[in-house]
Design a protein around this ligand. Structure first.
Ligand code: A2P
Ligand code: 11C
Length: 340
């Protein structure tokens, strides 16, 4: 391989999947640096059939690095990404730190690949629940122009990271043994429950996760006229976010037409055969690359409306895979450099 790659947050849920994805897609890496906090410096993480020794991320970690995949939290990105860019490295950042910055492209390769061209050193990877939704909506928007989107999500705990995966596991075990569950990561017990709060509450009593879905959709689709409203819910699932998505389009689309469009769409797998009880579920999508779409049907309460049920692996297409695809795009479009 040709490129020196760093994974910042290599010990986390997304960082580990980034390493796995780089390997599986045979990314042309010459070397890979695994970076995390001082807490895990000296430990190892698996890569291909070897182990990489984790180094503490510092301001000097990026000398000689071409591409850095960041997934170490927003404040860590804010602090370290500028040093990486100064060292001439292109940062693909999975946190929410830079996404709405007008100088930073927000990219889903199936939707807006051209936007990588105007980066100034940082490219943002969207929120997982936004990514899977826009992969399915863009091909319908191109044909029928989406006017309005109403989405409700059913999001897995892995979206919160390693500690939330552990919390659901622990709570299930504790409840099975008639013990009081430890509630640390989420504001309420997550085992056998649903929490209609993801992230903090902001303006108008929307949560930050809901605001992200709204704003990021407009930025990625390059169309502020699409009206989006969202309710985001955490459910006791380990891997795979599900979304009930209702759209209103300018031009009429039948369910059959929508199915045909989606069947041709990059990154989408139509998984929709009600008579055989075939529809997307987290247990179907987990570990897969595609965005699964099913339950495609016409909304009978309006003239031009459709219902979709969209499921994807939030750690994979929702995070690690999308970031690696952006890195591949940079190489393809000859943009692995920072314009000075
Ligand atoms: P560490 O394991 O050393 O704490 P997750 O999303 O699964 O919680 O993972 C978060 C990732 O971000 C981990 O790899 C974690 O490393 C890393 N991280 C958190 N804070 C920092 C920091 N200040 N500097 C570098 N890496 C960090
Ligand atoms: C979740 N969507 O499932 C969040 C995780 O902005 O990248 C990703 C948070 C983000 O909790």
């Amino acid at each position: 391989g040709e490129w020196v790659v760093a994974v910042a947050g290599a010990t986390g849920a997304v960082g580990r999947e980034m390493l796995k994805t780089l390997e599986q897609r045979q990314f042309p890496a010459k070397t890979i640096k695994a970076l995390a906090s001082s807490r895990s410096a000296g430990t190892t993480v698996p890569y291909a059939d070897t182990e990489l020794t984790v180094e503490e991320m510092t301001e000097d970690s990026f000398e000689g690095v071409d591409i850095a995949l960041f997934s170490a939290g927003g404040s860590t990105s804010k602090k370290f990404a500028p040093f990486a860019v100064k060292a001439g490295c292109v940062v693909i950042d999975n946190s929410s730190a830079w996404r709405m910055d007008p100088e930073v492209p927000l990219v889903v390769p199936e939707v807006n690949p051209q936007d990588v061209d105007w980066h100034n050193g940082i490219i943002a990877n969207p929120n997982c629940s936004t990514i899977q939704m826009v992969v399915a909506l863009k091909p319908l928007h191109d044909v029928a122009k989406i006017k309005r989107v109403i989405v409700s999500t059913y999001q897995a705990v892995s979206g919160t990271g390693q500690k939330a995966i552990a919390e659901l596991e622990t709570q299930v075990r504790q409840l099975f043994h008639m013990q009081d569950p430890d509630v640390k990561v989420y504001p309420h017990q997550i085992a056998f429950n649903c929490l209609p709060q993801i992230d903090v509450f902001t303006d108008g009593d929307y949560t930050f996760e809901e605001v992200k879905m709204i704003k990021e959709t407009n930025k990625i689709m390059g169309d502020d006229s699409i009206k989006v409203t969202a309710t985001t819910v955490r459910v006791p699932v380990f891997y795979g976010h599900s979304e009930s998505v209702n759209i209103e389009t300018e031009k009429k689309l039948t369910a059959k037409e929508a199915r045909a469009i989606l069947a041709q769409a990059p990154g989408v797998r139509v998984y929709d055969n009600p008579s055989e009880k075939i529809y997307p579920m987290p247990l179907v999508a987990a570990g897969e690359d595609e965005v699964f779409v099913g339950r495609i049907r016409e909304d009978q309460t309006i003239d031009n409306g459709l219902h979709l049920w969209i499921v994807a692996d939030n750690i994979r297409k929702g995070a690690a895979l999308n970031a690696v695809q952006i890195a591949e795009l940079l190489i393809e479009r000859d943009k692995v450099r920072v314009e000075k």
